[in-house]
Design a protein around this ligand. Structure first.
Ligand code: EPU
Length: 417
């Protein structure tokens, strides 16, 4: 199994370029199921979840998908079999994003129920309840979501709580429902806006994406489109923290600072000096880091997908930081690994209490999920000696060649077997 080896202590310098957003390209790929015409996605990241989604779509009927130079061309002439099987869904929960489009396109879907995962139970009850409001009949049997509904009708739906992929699934299903759908208390992440932009380019009539209410006027059919995927705000945030933790001077480019407002605010609060441009952020070699409390929240709050990386950063900040995870119930697995490197972290319910600054020492550690692996790479960059991160496959799910990118700015990071 591949590992990532980091030798700590180097200053970084130069420019890091951000790839397309994993969590925007995955729903965009699922949207290709809505039309027989080609959907072309530009600025797609070369990450493993994209390859997995291609396999899911091929099972369903995608013909000869093309993936080259950051571009994916998907064409689904017809739905061959409306089933996303367990062996694919278990490797990537985001496969559940095919549920809404399949219902809209062929009135039928059979999607393996994603189980719990390393960060929490992660049910899909809100996806199901909302699709039922559109008129779908849904049963869960033998571990599969079985959905039928040839005649979806617009409805007013109030989500009990915010869900990113739930909002995306229902938005896609509603594009072809009869009449008007009003979705309230929806997720407001930039990835939702990006999906709405693609769907509208395909002929859908969606307004309000990015706010907490989305209105969708159903249309007869959708066409193909060419769409550039937004930059990955989580990769950008990870790079900013890599610069901050190593007290380096780095420019993070091809990003959308307007998608990073809460992250930039928090970094400024803890002493990171930055110059923000239209599509880049420059981190200046910093003054000492101060501790800073954090609570993860749905967008526009601080994203849970950067909580682990922020925890690594706070091990190097002077004082006590209380980091509260409000989105997922079990997203502190990285704390135990950071402790093995010398961090002083206590967990109290949904909060982690980090005492800084502690010198970290390189160790053998285990990546438990995608963002935990990014956290351990950051810790490795400042640790004394060598850190080996086992289960490197987690990082490849969502970061494009991270070790190469970091090496280009001077980090000593490599992949080993
Ligand atoms: N939830 C329910 N019922 C549902 C749906 C969600 O109780 O039917 C709960 C979840 O268990 C969680 C909360 O609602 O406690 C929010 O979950 P959400 O549905 O928003 O998460 P998601 O759509 O499954 C996406 C990202 C995650 C990211 C979360 C939160 C994609 C493909 N995944 O997941 O990304 O952490 O939103 O922002 O967009 C990652 O990239 O590392 C990652 C985990």
């Amino acid at each position: 199994m591949e590992k990532i080896r980091v030798r700590g202590g180097r200053r970084l310098e130069g420019v890091l370029s951000v790839s397309g957003a994993k969590n925007a390209v995955l729903p965009a790929m699922a949207a290709a199921l809505l039309t027989p015409e080609p959907v072309v996605l530009e600025n797609s990241p070369a990450v493993r979840d994209v390859a997995t989604m291609i396999r899911v779509l091929q099972r369903l009927g995608a013909a000869d998908p093309v993936r080259e130079d950051g571009r994916i061309i998907l064409r689904v002439p017809e739905i061959r079999s409306p089933e996303a099987p367990y062996e694919l869904v278990k490797t990537m929960r985001a496969s559940v994003l095919v549920l809404g489009p399949l219902l809209a396109r062929c009135g039928e879907a059979r999607v393996s129920l994603p189980g719990g995962c390393a960060i929490g139970a992660r049910p899909v009850n809100l996806h199901i309840a909302a699709l039922e409001k559109l008129g779908a009949r849904i049963q869960v049997e033998h571990g599969y979501i079985l959905a039928t509904g040839r005649d979806l009708r617009g409805a007013e739906i109030i989500f009990d709580s915010k869900t990113v992929t739930g909002t995306e699934n229902v938005m896609m299903a509603a594009t072809r429902a009869r009449g008007r759908t009003v979705l309230r208390n929806v997720a407001q992440e930039p990835e939702i806006e990006d999906l709405a932009a693609l769907l509208n380019a395909m002929g859908a009539r969606i307004t309000g994406a990015g706010s907490d209410t989305i209105v969708i006027e159903g249309v007869e059919g959708l066409r193909g489109a060419v769409h550039p995927v937004i930059p990955d705000r989580i990769e950008a945030g990870t790079f900013l923290m890599a610069a901050a933790i190593t007290r380096s001077s780095l420019r993070v480019e091809n990003c959308r600072p307007d998608h990073l407002v809460a992250v930039l605010d928090k970094l400024r609060d803890v002493g990171v000096r930055m110059e923000v441009g239209d599509s880049s952020v420059r981190v200046a070699p910093g003054s000492p880091l101060r501790a800073g409390n954090l609570i993860t929240l749905p967008h526009p709050g601080f994203p849970t997908d950067l909580q682990a990386q922020y925890m690594a950063l706070m091990t190097q900040a002077e004082g006590t930081s209380i980091i509260t995870e409000s989105i997922f119930e079990n997203r502190f697995m990285h704390a135990g690994e950071l402790r093995r490197m010398g961090a002083r972290i206590d967990i109290d319910g949904h909060s982690a209490i980090v005492q800084g600054a502690t010198p970290l020492t390189g160790a053998q550690v285990m990546a438990t999920d995608l963002r935990a692996s990014a956290c351990l790479i950051l810790a490795g960059l400042v640790a004394d000696g060598e850190t080996t991160i086992d289960r490197a496959y987690h990082i490849d799910r969502g970061y494009e060649r991270i070790e190469e990118k970091l090496r280009r700015v001077g980090a000593d990071v490599e992949r080993i077997r």
